[in-house]
Design a protein around this ligand. Structure first.
Ligand SMILES: [Cu+2]
Length: 394
């Protein structure tokens, strides 16, 4: 309702402004000596200088943006291939900046230099092969090099050798949470299908599959440093996207199919927290939080908890109302800690068994209650039968 009112007010304001302009035009009739529709030299000069002003705005805003927000970009990558991705990104940025700096300057300089003048006449020529060749060949060569480098990076990142020693993990996306499944001792994930979702088997793992017997389902992702982790992504409902920015990894999770991504983590969570840039970043965040807390406490609220860095798995596709909160903590452990953590987890098969066992006593109580009832009924019938027989005998 409020939006509708705002729209109506905006439309009415636009109509009022249009009417005012018309009235202003009418008041000017006959008063101005120069009512020509053709631009004068003065007009052309003004346009020329305004264009220079716009060029200055572009340059200043670019430099300001870089200085002010440049530090907010992701820093050191936490995966092996991350360096390759960052390199590709940096080369692309440098190219864009250099090309934009030169071409924008030339564009506005020529517009100013060749601004309209009553004594100047535009030169007409149909085409120039030399110019066409220059502006076709240079961008083609530069783009071809970028694309080739991109393809090289893509192949390096996406190729997982079948014989490679990897940790197999499934990432399961649903509105609005992530669940992870580890392949267990055999390092093979059991089959799964959404039709098999039942009780605590929320991922629809096929429990008749031998490979599924040792699968482990968890809600916090732990991965070992220095070992290739092979993720297989599934989605239960809509399109999601598994995004792990610190590892420079992102892959869509598509309902009805399995997508994959693999990387080698290079810093444990503890090591990444100790990197100088991260120490500085966390200190800055906590300074802001402390200021906010004082404000909150003064208003009678509760203070904010201090922030500690953690790797995150986020959803990078707008998948619904709580999309913003669809995330899972990722912990990179040393291989020993990872092994220890995983060994303490129970398998899904054990969890299902335990859940069934917990259900059993309840069923037994119900069954015994049923049998007691039937015993009582039997006794009553027997008594009635006996009474009837006695009466008949008389
Ligand atoms: Cu999502």
């Amino acid at each position: 309702m409020t939006s509708l009112l705002v729209i109506i007010v905006l439309v009415l304001l636009a109509v009022a402004l249009w009417q005012l302009t018309k009235i202003f035009d009418l008041t000017q009739v006959g008063s101005s000596s120069d009512d020509s529709q053709v631009a004068s030299d003065n007009d052309n000069n003004i346009q020329g200088y305004v264009m220079f002003g716009f060029l200055a705005f572009i340059y200043i805003f670019t430099i300001y943006g870089l200085l002010k927000w440049g530090g907010l970009a992701l820093h050191t990558p936490a995966s092996e291939h991350g360096l390759l991705v960052d390199n590709l990104m940096n080369i692309t940025w440098v190219l864009i900046f250099v090309v934009q700096f030169i071409t924008q300057g030339l564009l506005y300089w020529f517009s100013f230099k060749n601004r309209g003048h009553k004594d100047k006449k535009a030169l007409f020529f149909a085409d120039s092969n030399k110019l066409e060749a220059i502006w076709s060949i240079i961008p083609s060569v530069v783009l071809a090099c970028l694309i080739l480098y991109g393809l090289y990076a893509w192949n390096n990142i996406m190729f997982v050798d079948k014989d490679e020693d990897v940790v197999e993990i499934e990432l399961y996306a649903q509105q609005f949470k992530w669940t992870a499944r580890y392949a267990g001792q055999d390092n093979v994930l059991g089959k799964a299908n959404v039709r098999l979702i039942e009780g605590i088997n929320t991922l629809g793992v096929d429990m008749s599959d031998p490979n599924a017997q040792d699968d482990i389902v968890v809600s916090e992702l732990h991965i070992p440093k220095g070992k290739k982790v092979h993720f297989k992504m599934r989605s239960q409902d809509v399109l999601h996207s598994a995004y792990m920015p610190h590892f420079r990894a992102q892959m869509n999770c598509v309902p009805g199919m399995v997508t994959e991504f693999a990387f080698i983590p290079t810093y444990t969570t503890a090591e990444y927290r100790e990197l100088p840039f991260m120490v500085e970043k966390v200190a800055n965040i906590n300074k802001l939080r402390a200021e906010k807390s004082t404000e909150l406490v003064a208003k009678g609220g509760t203070a904010l908890d201090p922030y500690t860095f953690d790797y995150l798995l986020l959803c990078n596709k707008i998948c619904g109302a709580s999309h913003y909160n669809m995330q899972m903590k990722v912990v990179v452990d040393t291989p020993e800690d990872y092994k220890k953590w995983l060994s303490e987890k129970t398998t899904l098969a054990q969890d299902i068994k335990a859940a069934k066992a917990a259900e059993k006593p309840a069923e037994e109580v119900k069954a015994s209650a049923d049998s007691t009832t039937s015993d009582t009924v039997k006794a009553v019938i027997d008594t009635v039968k006996a009474v009837v027989a006695k009466v008949a005998m008389r």
